[in-house]
Design a binder for this molecule. Structure first.
Ligand SMILES: *[C@@H]1O[C@H](CO)[C@@H](O)[C@H](O)[C@H]1NC(C)=O
Ligand SMILES: *[C@@H]1O[C@H](CO)[C@@H](O)[C@H](O)[C@H]1NC(C)=O
Ligand SMILES: *[C@@H]1O[C@H](CO)[C@@H](O)[C@H](O)[C@H]1NC(C)=O
Ligand SMILES: *[C@@H]1O[C@H](CO)[C@@H](O)[C@H](O)[C@H]1NC(C)=O
Ligand SMILES: *[C@@H]1O[C@H](CO)[C@@H](O)[C@H](O)[C@H]1NC(C)=O
Ligand SMILES: *[C@@H]1O[C@H](CO)[C@@H](O)[C@H](O)[C@H]1NC(C)=O
Ligand SMILES: *[C@@H]1O[C@H](CO)[C@@H](O)[C@H](O)[C@H]1NC(C)=O
Ligand SMILES: *[C@@H]1O[C@H](CO)[C@@H](O)[C@H](O)[C@H]1NC(C)=O
Ligand SMILES: *[C@@H]1O[C@H](CO)[C@@H](O)[C@H](O)[C@H]1NC(C)=O
Ligand SMILES: *[C@@H]1O[C@H](CO)[C@@H](O)[C@H](O)[C@H]1NC(C)=O
Ligand SMILES: *[C@@H]1O[C@H](CO)[C@@H](O)[C@H](O)[C@H]1NC(C)=O
Ligand SMILES: *[C@@H]1O[C@H](CO)[C@@H](O)[C@H](O)[C@H]1NC(C)=O
Length: 416
């Protein structure tokens, strides 16, 4: 067998050492910086909704463009806009309750996206062709909104938040049939559902309902289409929720929290008890949230946050990056128009935020040292988001230079 050259061996060992370091990279993963700006196309939107990254491709619902942007995160280019949505412009104005596309979810085992439309239908998108291949009616004339998916049972749940009695529609993905609905009488609206793989139950963020005016997390019983149990979320008006490490649910509180209660905080809940285990102080006005198992960070689009959590505070829109222990890692300045959407790659940690005046902003993990804020600061610090740059050099730089040097050194020592 032909010997590989020393340099080849060195790079093989360097890569394997890097991979080893990567596995325990929790504290070296670092903070984000802007690496690419994808211009809006065809028009600059005034109203977007949820986004997701799947297989290195970013999908963003855009009501103004009546479609879903498809952006490759490997070459930072918009490849297409998935069309066929009922945007329902009324005199050039959008109404989120009857416009679409809205929330969306990927069904990885089926290579489909389910996206909620403004006319109460769910559009099923084939991700190989980027075409709508089916419509599923939820029985509402107002929008179908946000989703969660259980791959083990093939069940999708979708919220219908704008009905007189808001409800959750339960769908079988295998035959695209509505199996029933769970109603929430007298709830003001419904927010994000999330699937808990540990208990195999769907959880739902309910902003306000009699009994839990400040909001609750409801757990659905799909066997008889009832609510199994509820956990109050004190003075929050919860919006986005997402599961992180086992049993930890990040709960983004919305702007109503600041207006109604005069303070700003989001929470991490231990769903085995319903106890709030972390307060993420001064992070409120949140809509979509995300979690990456690669970084073990939560991401909260605090686009309607106000300075110092004060009713009279100036708009302070940020994207908050939060450790799974509740520590605020980074706050990136965004806007209070389109930046209520955040997506993160589960394999690389690449994060994407839409900002109206700039475009679709891709952030990569950069230096490890610059932890620039912590929970308890009065005003979230800002970094990264105010810089416009289109370089791509930083995007794949997952480790700091010092960590890379350490990896090279350990590879070299291994060779000796
Ligand atoms: C970018 O990558 C995607 C696949 O991820 C490809 O379809 C597209 O053609 C590429 N665009 C450019 C400009 O290279
Ligand atoms: C749209 O605008 C026109 C002209 O201003 C007005 O006559 C019409 O009633 C409007 N339609 C709706 C649905 O508001
Ligand atoms: C996504 O990646 C998986 C695993 O590589 C692959 O099986 C699947 O076909 C991909 N889906 C799309 C839409 O590219
Ligand atoms: C879905 O419904 C739209 C109208 O909202 C229609 O134009 C389209 O053909 C339908 N698509 C399919 C695959 O049935
Ligand atoms: C669709 O599939 C579900 C199981 O996922 C089943 O319970 C239901 O009866 C099926 N409906 C139809 C109309 O085939
Ligand atoms: C909902 O509100 C109506 C009117 O206030 C009331 O009559 C009804 O009992 C309430 N239903 C529930 C389930 O709270
Ligand atoms: C639904 O099922 C649960 C047990 O799985 C039961 O406790 C509850 O009473 C049922 N509710 C209704 C309305 O049948
Ligand atoms: C939840 O909080 C209650 C009251 O503070 C406490 O008694 C209980 O031990 C906590 N449960 C867990 C699992 O932390
Ligand atoms: C979070 O804040 C709430 C309201 O200020 C307080 O009641 C609760 O004890 C705090 N919880 C933790 C874990 O800090
Ligand atoms: C926020 O609060 C701190 C102290 O509580 C105060 O020093 C600062 O001026 C406040 N900022 C604004 C913009 O009100
Ligand atoms: C919380 O997690 C962050 C990031 O993973 C870490 O840097 C920090 O030391 C942790 N803080 C505590 C108190 O454990
Ligand atoms: C959004 O922020 C701008 C300042 O950047 C402010 O003038 C505007 O009132 C804010 N809009 C809303 C709806 O809060």
């Amino acid at each position: 067998m032909k010997m590989k050259s020393h340099t080849t061996l060195l790079s093989i060992f360097a890569v394997s050492a890097l991979a080893k370091l990567h596995e325990k990279a929790d504290t070296t993963i670092g903070t984000y910086s802007l690496v690419a700006t994808i211009p809006w196309s065809p028009i600059t939107p005034s109203s977007v909704d949820q986004s997701v990254i799947y297989n290195g491709t970013y999908y963003l619902s855009d009501r103004s463009n009546a479609g879903i942007h498809v952006v490759s995160t490997s070459n930072n280019t918009q490849t297409t806009l998935i069309t066929g949505f009922a945007t329902n412009f009324v005199n050039k104005s959008l109404s989120p309750s009857t416009s679409g596309p809205n929330g969306l979810v990927v069904l990885p085992d089926r290579n489909e996206v389910y996206a909620g439309d403004g006319d109460g239908t769910i559009k099923v998108v084939d991700l190989f062709t980027n075409k709508v291949t089916a419509n599923i009616s939820t029985g509402s004339k107002k929008r179908a909104d946000e989703f969660a998916y259980d791959p083990s049972s093939g069940i999708v749940v979708c919220t219908n938040p704008n009905e007189a009695t808001p409800y959750v529609t339960v769908i079988s993905a295998a035959n695209r049939t509505v199996m029933g609905k769970v109603s929430f009488p007298n709830a003001t609206e419904l927010e994000q559902p999330a699937f808990n793989p540990d208990t195999k139950e769907f959880y739902l963020s309910v902003p306000s309902i009699p009994g839990n005016i400040g909001g609750e997390i409801a757990v659905l019983n799909l066997n008889n289409l009832t609510i199994s149990r509820t956990y109050p979320v004190p003075d929050c008006a919860p919006a986005g929720i997402v599961f992180g490490p086992k049993g930890k649910l990040f709960i983004g509180c919305s702007e109503s929290q600041i207006e109604d209660y005069g303070f700003a905080t989001s929470y991490i809940m231990d769903v085995s008890s319903g106890n709030i285990t972390s307060n993420i102080t001064y992070i409120s006005g949140v809509d979509q949230v995300a979690y990456s198992p690669f970084t073990k960070y939560f991401y909260a689009s605090a686009y309607q946050d106000l300075t110092n959590g004060s009713r009279t505070g100036a708009p302070a829109p940020v994207l908050a990056v939060v450790g799974s222990n509740g520590t605020l890692i980074q706050s990136i300045t965004t806007d209070n128009v389109t930046a209520h959407s955040v997506a993160v790659d589960s394999k690389s940690g690449v994060m994407v935020i839409p900002v109206k005046a700039k475009g679709i902003l891709l952030y990569g993990l950069g230096s490890s040292g610059a932890t620039n804020s912590s929970s308890g600061d009065k005003t979230p610090t800002t970094s990264g988001g105010t810089v416009i740059s289109t370089t791509s050099s930083g995007r794949k730089e997952m480790m700091s230079r010092s960590v890379f040097a350490a990896a090279l050194l350990s590879a070299a020592l291994w060779l000796l």
